[in-house]
Design a protein around this ligand. Structure first.
Ligand code: HEC
Length: 450
């Protein structure tokens, strides 16, 4: 049976696990838990769970430190499911592993959250609990972010998880990290968090970062894009940066102009910059659109779109589009804890979806609606329609959870009809709102999320 545990075919692997659970004793499986082969240890763990065998604390402890990320993930789930606090220290220890993936990091945090909330309840109920109250993960996050002894990759993963509004110490730590030339990934997360939190104290540092030619063009472009999301924060910076020598920065400066009234002075600066960079095709295209001289010919049907979106695109630029409010995506989707949860979390979407599937999901959302995300609509006598995520029928009428997070109560006498929406909650026709270049960059970005 053992060789099948490492077979490439998931169905064969699953059958091997089921057969092992049937035939092997708990002791034999315990032995297999120490096998050098990742797939065999994993198979032994799954077979033990299948048998509903009692797992010795030492096995769980080892699994939480296992070299295989998949087994560590299973061990985390086990701890969370059982609210088993015995291994809390091992879970916390995992957060300090410099090689931790985003997925494991999130699973470890979620596990800690479960373990902590239970501790709180025990405490409140007067049951015996630890003598020292452990911090909950949310309290733990600012410390993770600011801890100089932790690998910077882990600290960067913690930044998007910070609760908003930020406390003063965390704001100061993030600003310091930007000013001191902190690691690029960390800096990009810090920029986005500071702008989302509208942390006014950070404004001078952010503006300095956008114009600092010693920093990377992508980081500067990210900063420009994030600043453009807060009203008044660009304050003319985009006009200055139209002439920047870095292409991504110029492009973001031009894109920022699309969203606001353009004065004659701005038009002049834009034209001058376009003359200076005649070979920068992306910049010229956006510039023409701002000037109202666009001659863009977008694909006309889905097949052509899929061909257009099949390759190319700049994932960095796509990330900026994704997080801009004008693209609407973050109003409904989450990536790494940023955004809303009306639609599916897209943090790992690139693992399961090809570019063609991503393209049709974006352009034709109503073709495939999953029941989990079924939307509801209520027609009112006053002629308006209300859309929502959940509908609860009551004797006197109904309650509906709307997309903007309200719970409305509607009385029977105001209702003409109600029912499941035939279309997706996700809007059709994004290709009419977004330039084709933005859509291609978006697809490149989503593909990179894995
Ligand atoms: C009004 C809410 C809303 C907006 C805005 C929105 N989406 Fe969606 N999206 C959804 C919902 C709901 C689904 C689930 C699909 C379904 O079953 O209808 C979805 C599905 C998807 C999927 C497929 C996910 C999967 O697991 O298969 C992708 C990809 C996606 N959206 C990308 C985007 C992008 C990119 C944007 C911005 C340009 C966007 N969405 C804007 C609500 C939204």
């Amino acid at each position: 049976m053992r060789p099948f545990l490492s077979n490439a075919d998931p169905f064969l692997r699953a059958s091997a696990v089921a057969a092992l659970a049937e035939c092997a004793t708990r002791e034999e499986l315990a032995d297999l838990l120490t096998a050098p082969n990742d797939a065999e240890r994993m198979g032994a763990w799954l077979a033990l769970r299948h048998q509903q065998a009692k797992l010795e604390p030492a096995w769980v402890e080892n699994a939480l430190r296992d070299p295989s990320a998949d087994l560590r993930l299973l061990a985390l789930r086990h701890n969370a499911d059982r609210v088993d606090r015995t291994h809390r220290a091992a879970v916390e220890h995992m957060l300090e592993d410099g090689q931790l993936s985003a997925r494991l990091f999130r699973a470890a945090l979620a596990t800690l959250q479960v373990l902590s909330s239970n501790a709180d309840q025990d405490y409140a109920a007067g049951k015996p609990t630890f003598s020292i109250r452990r911090p909950t993960p949310v309290e733990l996050l600012p410390a993770l972010v600011a801890n100089p002894r932790l690998p910077v990759a882990i600290r960067a993963l913690a930044v998007p998880q910070l609760a908003l509004p930020l406390d003063a110490a965390t704001t100061a730590a993030l600003i310091d990290s930007l000013a001191s030339g902190m690691d690029e990934t960390f800096a990009r997360e810090a920029v986005r968090t500071l702008c989302t939190a509208i942390a006014t104290d950070a404004l001078p540092t952010l503006r300095a970062l956008a114009t600092d030619t010693t920093r990377s063009p992508q980081l500067r472009a990210d900063t420009l894009s994030a600043l453009s999301q807060v009203s008044g924060w660009l304050d003319g910076l985009e006009v200055t940066l139209l002439g920047d020598s870095s292409a991504p920065v110029r492009l973001e400066a031009a894109r920022a102009l699309r969203l606001r009234p353009v004065s004659d002075e701005m038009r002049g600066a834009l034209r001058a910059a376009m003359l200076r960079h005649p070979d920068d095709a992306a910049f010229i295209r956006v510039g023409r659109r701002v000037l109202g001289e666009s001659s863009e010919i977008a694909p006309t049907d889905l097949e052509r779109w899929i061909v257009f979106l099949a390759q190319g695109g700049d994932a960095h630029a796509g990330e900026r589009v994704f997080f801009e409010s004008s693209a609407l995506c973050i109003g409904c989707h989450r990536v790494q804890n940023r955004g809303n949860a009306i639609g599916p979390d897209l943090s790992l979407i690139g693992r399961t979806q090809s570019r063609a599937l991503l393209a049709s999901a974006i352009l034709r959302p109503s073709v495939n609606i999953s029941p989990e995300y079924q939307g509801w609509e209520v027609q009112l006598k006053d002629g308006s329609t209300i859309f929502g995520l959940q509908l609860h029928l009551r004797g006197w009428g109904l309650q509906i959870d709307t997309l903007d997070g309200q719970n409305l109560r509607i009385r029977n006498e105001d209702i003409v009809s109600y029912g499941a929406m035939e279309r997706s909650l996700m809007p059709d026709g994004l290709e009419h709102i977004l330039p084709s270049e933005d859509i291609r960059n978006l697809v490149a970005y989503l593909e990179s999320l894995r």
